[in-house]
Design a protein. Structure first.
Length: 442
């Protein structure tokens, strides 16, 4: 690796907005290392990973900005020194060949030209090649370019249209509409590799339909704000819990300490979990088992959680139903130290993994998440045993799934756990769910 020094005579400035993109950013900067005539400006919208450390390693500039791709690009452009601005996604597979193509276009008239690259969706599904080809031809026919295509624009031309539109979605479409009134876009046929993770994670057909539906709504005048809410939906987290009924909750604890103690512990654990998670950047659904009652309905109102009934099946079937019902993660309510930051770390892990799991000390797990629900992961598991997590990880490996394992926590199942929990609360070292997010490994 040859780290890239900051050029003093850069003709092209690559502006790269990032948000928790440290791994793809490192690959991008590796591919562009040593390119002459290029400066790279990374704009961080508040990453929780080490994007800043990656920038230091490659000696590229990293600036902070409020979150939002358009806002981040505008911030990066304000720091750019090149006459050609290249708007590049962190997961693009850019190479010196792309830089050479840009330099060739920019030579002598960088300020008055704009365009994009042909794209190649990088994935195993044959249909991705078709999607990429259609993207390229659609762009050529309409003069509308998208962010995946590595839009480039001369500084003077960009200034003439007021810069990148500051809106939460469709900023690339709106920018193209404004620019094509002044000049037709150039098409560079050096294929730019683009991550297909969005298509693979959400399904190719579903992704294409969603994107075209949003573009049509924008074409007919829909404002970008509600479209952004549809394109960037808040993830849902399923919280599994029994309905608060005396004699029907925490039976192991009740056998040792009595039904009233078990009921009180159950209510406190559920309420503290919902309280901790409500501060996260996600929505919680309370999947309950047992009958409905006033206290359960009050939980839904107080914590803004949808109440959804668990199916009558084993634990694996209930978790699968929640995942198939739209949840990205399923969590339990028996873990005093489970926090919104643990959940956010799990959601972040799903950006690059197929499965994320949060083990507990007794051999089970308190959290599991998947991009695509897989019934096979829950089959043949003896629920309640001390090897549940181990067997689940083995199944994931046999299915060829990429897994991230979070920090091991502990749960409250029996009298010994109960006294540990109460002692920790008294000492002020448990139940504090605002701590530092746990490290993830995989």
């Amino acid at each position: 690796m040859a780290p890239q020094a900051r050029p003093t005579d850069a003709l092209v400035s690559a502006v790269v907005p990032v948000l928790n993109d440290a791994a793809p950013l490192a690959a991008l900067l590796e591919g562009l290392a040593g390119c002459h005539g290029l400066e790279v400006i990374v704009v961080d919208g508040g990453s929780r990973d080490d994007a800043a450390g990656v920038c230091r390693r490659f000696r590229v500039r990293c600036v902070a900005s409020r979150r939002g791709r358009a806002a981040q690009m505008r911030a990066g452009i304000a720091h750019a020194r090149g006459e050609m601005i290249w708007l590049l996604h962190a997961d693009a597979q850019a190479t010196p060949a792309h830089v050479d193509a840009l330099l060739g276009v920019a030579a002598g008239r960088a300020g008055n030209v704009w365009g994009r690259f042909d794209v190649r969706l990088c994935g195993s599904a044959p249909a991705l090649g078709v999607v990429g080809s259609l993207m390229n031809e659609r762009s050529w026919l309409t003069g509308i370019c998208t962010g995946d295509q590595g839009i480039f624009v001369g500084r003077a031309l960009l200034a003439a249209v007021g810069g990148v539109p500051d809106q939460p979605l469709m900023e690339d479409i709106e920018l193209s509409k404004r620019l094509r009134r002044l000049a037709r876009p150039r098409r560079l046929r050096v294929p730019l590799g683009v991550s297909a993770r969005r298509w693979e994670r959400n399904g190719i057909a579903r992704t294409v339909v969603l994107m075209w539906a949003l573009r049509l709504r924008y074409f007919f005048g829909a404002p970008p704000e509600p479209l952004a809410q549809r394109y960037y939906p808040r993830p849902h987290v399923a919280v599994l819990a029994r309905s608060p009924e005396r004699g029907a909750v925490k039976r192991r604890l009740a056998a040792a300490l009595g039904e009233e103690c078990a009921f009180t512990a159950h209510v406190e654990l559920v309420e503290s979990t919902l309280t901790a998670l409500r501060v996260g950047d996600f929505d919680c659904d309370l999947w309950f088992s047992g009958g409905t009652n006033a206290q359960l309905r009050d939980w839904g109102r107080r914590y803004g959680a949808r109440l959804l009934e668990q199916p009558e099946t084993d634990l694996g079937g209930r978790m699968l139903a929640a995942l198939r019902g739209g949840a990205k993660l399923v969590v339990g309510t028996d873990v005093p130290d489970l926090s919104a930051k643990h959940v956010q770390a799990a959601l972040d892990a799903l950006q690059s993994a197929d499965v994320v799991i949060g083990p507990v000390e007794d051999g089970g797990y308190c959290l599991i998440g998947m991009n695509i629900p897989r019934a096979a992961l829950f089959e043949g598991i003896a629920w309640g045993g001390d090897d549940v997590c181990e067997r689940t990880l083995a199944k994931a490996a046999s299915l060829g799934l990429r897994v991230v394992t979070l920090e091991t926590l502990w749960d409250v199942d029996d009298a010994r756990d109960h006294w540990r929990w109460r002692a920790a609360m008294a000492a002020g070292c448990s139940g504090d769910r605002q701590g530092v997010a746990p490290p993830a490994s995989g």
